[in-house]
Structures are given as C-alpha cells and as structure tokens.
Design a protein around this ligand. Structure first.
Ligand code: HXC
Length: 258
C-alpha cells in the first residue's frame, strides 16, 4: 500500500511509522490519521512484527491537528466528519505495543497521539504542549483525560489552561515520558526497545499491555483481579514452559510465539 503522509517500513521485527508532512511540521489531518490506522492494521496482522514505533522528524513529532483544514469548520462539519479523532482510538486499540519516539514539537493532537501510545521515549529536544486554548478550542483527543492521568491534575491544568510547553526533562520528571535520550540517538533507542519487546513471547507482551491499560480503566481491586486471572492463564502458554526451562537450564529462552 502506498501512503501520502507517512512512511512505513520494517526494521527486523519492528514496524516503523514515520509521520511525514515536513512542510506543516507533521500537522495531523484525516488522511494522515487514517493512514496511521491502515499501517497499524497491517502491522497488527503481520506475524513477523512484534512491536511498533511511531516517530516524526527532528523538528516535530507533530505540531497538532491541521489548523488550516479546520479553521472554517462549522459544528456540523466537525461532528459529522468526526474530524481527526475518527481513527484516533486505533492507536489505543492496537494489541501490539507502540512506542512514540518524540523529537521536537508534540503539540495538541501530536501530544495526544504520543500519549495514546504505550511508551513515550523523548529526545532532549522534545517539547510537549496542549496549546488549543490559544486557538479558541480545547484538546479533543485525550489531552484533558490522558494528561492528568500521566502528569497530575495540577500540571495538566497548567498546560491546558496556560498553553505553556513542557520540555523533555520536565516531562520525564512528571512521568509523561519513560526516558530522555540525545536527539541523535532517539530512533536507535526506540527501535532497540521495540526489538527487545518483539523478542519476548507475543501473547505475554499483549497480556501485559492489556493489564497495564486496565490500571487506567478500572479500580484497583478489579484491576488486580484482572491481572491475576491473566497471570494464571499464562501458565497455559508453551512460552511459559520455555521461559522457565531456559532459566533453570541457564540458557537463553527461545520463545515460539514471537
Ligand atoms: C497546520 C501548521 C501547524 C498546524 C505548524 N504548521 N503547525 N500547519 N497546522 N498545527 C505549519 C506552519 O503554518 C508553517 O507553514 C510550518 O508549519 C512551519 O511552522 P512555523 O510556525 O513557521 O514554525 P515555527 O516558527 O518554528 O513554530 C513552530 C510551532 C508553531 C511553535 C510548532 O508552528 C505552532 O505554534 N504551531 C501550531 C501549534 C498548535 O496550535 N497546535 C494545536 C493545534 S489544534 P508555512 O506554510 O507558513 O511555512 C489541535 C487540536 C487536536 O491539535 C484536536 C483533536 C485531534
């Protein structure tokens, strides 16, 4: 399949999606977001892929939704087209883990897309923000919901209400990103992390993703119960037998279901 606004390639067992509208700092439009959805569909159904990385350019992961494309929208235009957000949950519903490798601006919908991924690895140049308020709108794809869960209510309010940006160090301190790396090492670091994940048992990887996500969707008792049920089911996997036998025999595990 050919894409207009993204580049899609595989690196070993990792699927790599590069947002590619450089002249508009990767501003997100329906076509781009639909293409990300189609690329995720293809990677999800490809048995040779165990993890996915989404990245942008040195200057911008994505500077938000395409402002020009929505500037004259009526309520009906936005509602009927479900602009940008219509394929948004595809990033969340992908069962294979997705790492956002963020350099430069991740603003508005760009920050929201990164937050919908499972791990954010940031270059030291990364800047996160929800500046929608300056445009007379509010975040529309998780900014007011995922950000407070990631960084606390106080910081989320600060970012959404003042439109100030958070640099990579602050974002790591606040818990929004998992690691900060030098910009020239960003892609290598993200691909290495993804390759590590892709080397483990895929059903276990998917169980972990599902269980961690439960922490956001349920209370603690229910989440712990979900985790325990899934944990017990892992003993039905050949890969559990292999992983534990390999430990006992002091050798590397050779998982069958990667
Ligand atoms: C359309 C955009 C854009 C955007 C940048 N560009 N952001 N086009 N939509 N969100 C375009 C500019 O118009 C310009 O095109 C080119 O990219 C380079 O941008 P500059 O502004 O010249 O670069 P710079 O001075 O370095 O400033 C970078 C910037 C600034 C700070 C990121 O571009 C900016 O503030 N962008 C808007 C950020 C924003 O408000 N994002 C939230 C959008 S609303 P030309 O043709 O002039 O060279 C949103 C809602 C999501 O995301 C709702 C749910 C999905």
């Amino acid at each position: 399949m050919s894409y207009e606004n993204i580049l899609v390639e595989t690196r070993g067992r990792v699927g790599l999606i590069t947002l590619n509208r450089p002249k508009a700092l990767n501003a997100l439009n329906d076509v781009l977001v639909d293409e990300v959805g189609a690329a995720l569909d293809a990677f999800e159904s490809n048995d040779d892929i165990g993890a996915i990385v989404i990245t942008g350019s040195e200057k911008a992961f994505a500077a938000g939704a395409d402002i020009g494309a929505m500037a004259t929208f009526s309520y009906m235009d936005a509602y009927l087209s479900d602009y940008i957000t219509r394929n948004w949950e595809r990033v969340k519903t992908c069962r294979k883990p997705i790492i956002a490798a963020v350099a430069g601006y991740a603003l508005g919908g760009g920050c929201e897309m990164a937050m919908a991924c499972d791990i954010i690895i940031a270059a030291d140049t990364a800047k996160f923000g929800q500046p929608e308020i300056k445009l007379g709108i509010l975040p529309g794809a998780g900014g007011t919901q995922r950000l407070p869960r990631a960084v606390s209510k106080a910081k989320a309010m600060d970012m959404c209400l003042t439109a100030r940006m958070m640099d990579a160090i602050e974002a790591e301190r606040a818990g929004l990103v998992s690691r900060v790396v030098p910009a020239d090492k960003l892609l290598d670091e993200a691909l290495t992390a993804a390759e590590t994940i892709a080397g483990f048992s895929l059903p276990v990887v998917m169980m972990i993703k599902e269980s961690v996500n439960r922490a956001y969707e349920s209370g603690l008792s229910e989440g712990l119960l979900f985790e325990r049920r899934v944990f017990h089911s892992a003993f039905a996997l050949e890969d559990q037998k292999e992983g534990m036998a390999a430990f006992v025999e002091k050798r590397a595990a050779d998982f069958k279901h990667r």
